[in-house]
Design a protein around this ligand. Sequence first.
Ligand code: HEC
Length: 203
Amino acid sequence: MQRLHKKFQLRKPVAILAAALALPLGIVAATAGEAKPDPAAGQQIMQKQLAVMKPELQAKVKALSPEIKQFLAHVAAKHTIKSDTLTMAQVMQQVMADYQAMAMAVSMDDAEGAAAAARRLADHRLPRGGLLPYLPLEKVNSNDLAVLPAMEEAVEGGSLRLAEAAEKGNMAEAAGHLGAIMQGCVACHQHFRGQPGTSALLR
Ligand code: HEC
């Protein structure tokens, strides 16, 4: 019973997000105010990411559908700051800090602060090897990764929309975007991560 409940919880936010955004894979929506990334640059970065992956992950990545590969290349090209050392957990903590700074600035009627934090969040660093090494290996397949574009749209698209609303001085609209962004964080965590820091030594 508990298992079923957990499974339902895992799938629900993703399904809602995907349905709400109805984002077809491969057709990567141009997000508000976003520069078009160079596809060739994306391919090159993907090759670099592949080079630092262990063979078992490389094999999974090579087997992905062309649509997912295209999406991953788009993400790789879009994020201008890549790190050779940072882990996903470290990047996520920066993202969390930017989210909090953004929420605080919105609540304090600080349009500049909100826009700056939102743009930092949208242009977060990419960890060593990209996103895939930090997901459970069994989830690195075309089916599970098909939810990524909807999450990217919610988190990064939402942040850029929040920045634009704040820059127009419309803090009420900016506030409205906070929830959609957090839905993207939650959907990805529930699908790929689960509860952080659980212990195998507890019954
Ligand atoms: C594409 C999927 C994805 C999205 C979107 C996402 N996260 Fe995460 N997040 C992860 C994964 C995977 C981990 C676990 C990383 C690890 O432990 O290696 C994680 C971990 C975290 C952690 C814990 C870091 C630690 O020290 O263990 C925080 C905090 C976090 N995310 C915040 C956020 C916030 C805030 C957002 C939205 C603004 C967000 N994440 C969006 C995938 C995502």
